[in-house]
Design a protein around this ligand. Sequence first.
Ligand code: PLP
Length: 411
Amino acid sequence: MADLAARARDLDTQHAATDRRSLFHLPAGVVYLDGNSLGPLSRGAEEAVTDAVRRQWGEQLIRAWNESDWWGAPERIGDRIGALVGAAPGQVVVTDSTSVNLFKAVVAASRLRPGRSTVLTDPDSFPTDLYITRSAADLLGLTVELVPVGEAPARIAELGDSLALASYSQVDYRTGELWDLPALTRAAHDVGALACWDLCHSAGVLDVGLDDGAADLAVGCGYKYLSGGPGAPAFVYVATRHLAGFDTPLAGWNGHATPFAMSREYTPAPTITRARVGTAPMLSVLALEGALAAYDGLAVGQVRERSLSLTGFFLECLDALGIGLPVATPAEEARRGSQVSLRHPEAYAVVQALIARGVIGDFREPDIVRLGFAPLYLSHADVLAAAQHLEQVLSRREFEREDYRTRAAVT
Ligand SMILES: Cc1ncc(COP(=O)(O)O)c(C=O)c1O
């Protein structure tokens, strides 16, 4: 145990340059391992919202759309997120939810590949991806095939020119497995199809590499690792080469080339602005911008290094403390996102027992204890504390308490 504590201290010293904890409000005594579900409040977000409410909304009133450039915020913040996901400026815009953006992306991608009948996605996708992909495909008369990522390249080759789109998550929300974005994108391109990526569990914690990986479209979430706040707006990426052909199914006035001309006809903006729909929820948009300040001065590669160190150290602690639960997350670094998921038949109750001890993670069906390691504010000392609490929850069988088995509305 003393060894682990010394190692945690050493690792924290080694990674001191990427420690951004002082920029976040985290309650004392809490180890927060759920930043992959709802990032915590940051000082940047708090200040941005306060300024947006008091000065911009309170004093500037409607003039704030121009004077504080509210109108340009979705593209401005899109470029900031673009820098984190490997997208050159002008390809990312902050708008809507991930679900709505995925709908726009699947329809637009299919329209970019007319005459092709099939869309491929992962049966283990986050459910909204399945529902949205099916609803988009139904509207267009396309077929959705559910093919696990590992089998996708072979199936893509078989489908050939009947494939319009392969739509996958870069990191599996349940297991935390990191998939090979460039390789799967290449497989889709080899048959003339497009690739769309859901970055909900990768944006802000690893080198997503959208441009380098030749991704066509991508969507992602603002409220997880980016810490934009509850219900923060999401983002959508459209590669420059597809912008002119990005034919949105949701033609709203914010995506118009000249919205204040109040024209009867829809003319899409020539830029990424065409992916916008209606008026942006400005307080949430600005909260997200404030939260992103936590990344200032950091390259995403440094964040990834810290993330791998945290998850790697957690795996080491599990071993050293004799916690023998099956690990659903790959140990291999190249295949590991920023979470560690463990399997336990009473996973829900294990998570509640951990929360009672101040270690906040979450449960995912059917048997996953999901622990997210958001690198900006977690330390190796936190990681060790979490592992020690887990060991006690298991060895003292705290998960057997009846009240830990009663499911809340949100798990
Ligand atoms: C992989 C993935 N995609 C999509 C979503 C849903 O995003 P939204 O609520 O913004 O539509 C989630 C939410 O947890 C998710 O994990």
